[in-house]
Design a protein around this ligand. Structure first.
Ligand SMILES: NC(=O)C1=CN([C@@H]2O[C@H](COP(=O)(O)OP(=O)(O)OC[C@H]3O[C@@H](n4cnc5c(N)ncnc54)[C@H](OP(=O)(O)O)[C@@H]3O)[C@@H](O)[C@H]2O)C=CC1
Ligand SMILES: CC(=O)N[C@@H](CCC(=O)OP(=O)(O)O)C(=O)O
Length: 330
């Protein structure tokens, strides 16, 4: 399969290239960068022994043949090109937020006007670890989820699937700085972020709250924090007024993710660690039940650039193509 990575110089794009380079079914035929067009690919990817030699601008893809586009730009940036790429037969995995919501009104609340509402009918959103996700023939665009919502989904979806109603969920999120992208900004400078932990955004203001609320269908209070590390994220999720025991949550998770090697369910008492999932497509899930206050506490850790972005995108394609889900991701 001939693949193009759009936005290949960004953090998520670089990770997609790394995975595709070792994936047995893919050949990379183009890598795009607007800022670095016509500059050598080897400047960023010295390890690529095959494939394109220079970056091209996305508009220069019109005379090329390809089957898949991994679109790794920010929301709205590459989406106007999707019409042409689809017309020419390509399938698209969009790592931005543009196709994460079926309901355009929810998208507009979080991101403003949609760049291509006509394409929503050809798109589907979902989580690559969702055992019920189906990939039908009409689908041309896959909306890859956000990193925080992926960690959230992994812990909470099995409870929802079993019929639990979660009217209020409180999410304490921590992320490494690569989650903010590669463009330089003062608060991301090493002297600003090392040995420093700070909450950012206010509860109810982060756009990922909408993706999390789509999982529970009810209110989520989400407070993210910036951590002094390059990559990785951990969510501690508080569910008040819960009668579920830690052991029953472990069983629910094990049933829901039966046979899924990407989900590691820890025993009650064990806690996930971001460094154990670093550079992997795995999620570690842990649980404690605070019987004193009747609060269930779930923990979910992943690598924001792998499972939170590139790894999940490739896992989706593996499932879409009926290849083994782990192909290129072990
Ligand atoms: N980072 C993460 O953890 C996650 C990201 N995503 C999503 O993936 C998409 C890409 O995110 P991410 O890779 O983090 O974004 P980046 O900011 O790292 O890269 C996005 C684009 O910005 C341009 N760029 C790269 N470096 C610089 C720079 N130093 N200064 C200015 N522009 C630069 C590049 O485009 P060009 O070369 O064409 O100028 C690049 O493709 C987004 O939609 C994001 O929401 C999703 C989940 C997790
Ligand atoms: C540390 C940090 O800034 N993290 C980013 C994570 C968002 C992300 O990458 O996800 P999207 O695909 O939805 O943009 C943030 O909180 O906005």
């Amino acid at each position: 399969m001939r693949a193009v990575v759009v936005g290949a110089t960004g953090y998520a794009g670089q990770e997609v290239v790394k995975i595709l380079a070792r994936h047995p079914e893919f050949e990379i035929v183009a890598l795009t960068s607007s800022r670095q067009q016509q500059e050598p690919v080897s400047d960023i990817f010295p390890y690529l022994s095959r494939g394109p030699s220079v970056f091209v601008d996305p508009k220069d893809l019109s005379d090329m043949e390809f089957d898949w586009v991994f679109s790794c730009q920010g929301p709205k940036q590459a989406t106007p090109y999707f019409f042409e790429w689809i017309e020419r037969g390509a399938k698209i995995v969009d790592l931005s937020a543009d196709f994460r919501f079926q309901d355009i009104k929810v998208y507009e609340q979080a991101y403003g006007s949609h760049p291509a509402p006509e394409l929503l009918a050809l798109a589907k959103a979902g989580y690559a670890d969702d055992p019920t996700m189906d990939y039908d023939n009409a689908m041309r665009i896959l909306g890859n989820p956000g990193c925080y919502p992926t960690a959230f989904y992994a812990a909470v979806a099995p409870l929802i699937a079993q019929g639990q109603s979660l009217p209020l969920v409180i999410v304490d999120g921590k992320s490494g700085v690569s989650g903010a992208g590669r463009a330089p900004r003062e608060h991301l400078m090493m002297a600003e972020m090392v040995e420093n932990v700070t909450p950012y955004n206010d509860p109810g203001k982060h756009r990922h709250t909408f993706e999390m609320e789509a999982v529970t269908g009810q209110t989520v209070v989400f407070q993210p924090h910036l951590m002094p590390m390059a990559r990785g994220m951990e969510l501690t999720i508080y569910i008040p007024n819960s009668s579920l025991s830690a052991n029953s949550v472990v069983e629910l998770w094990q049933d829901y993710y039966d046979g899924n090697a990407f989900i590691t369910v820890l025993s009650p008492g064990q806690k996930p660690q971001t460094r154990r999932v670093r550079d992997t497509n795995r999620i570690e899930l842990g649980v404690s039940a605070d019987e004193r206050s009747g609060t269930l506490v779930l923990y979910s850790a992943l690598d924001n650039l792998q499972k939170g972005a590139a790894g999940q995108a490739v896992q989706h394609v593996n499932r879409w193509m009926n290849w083994p889900m782990e192909l290129g991701l072990e």
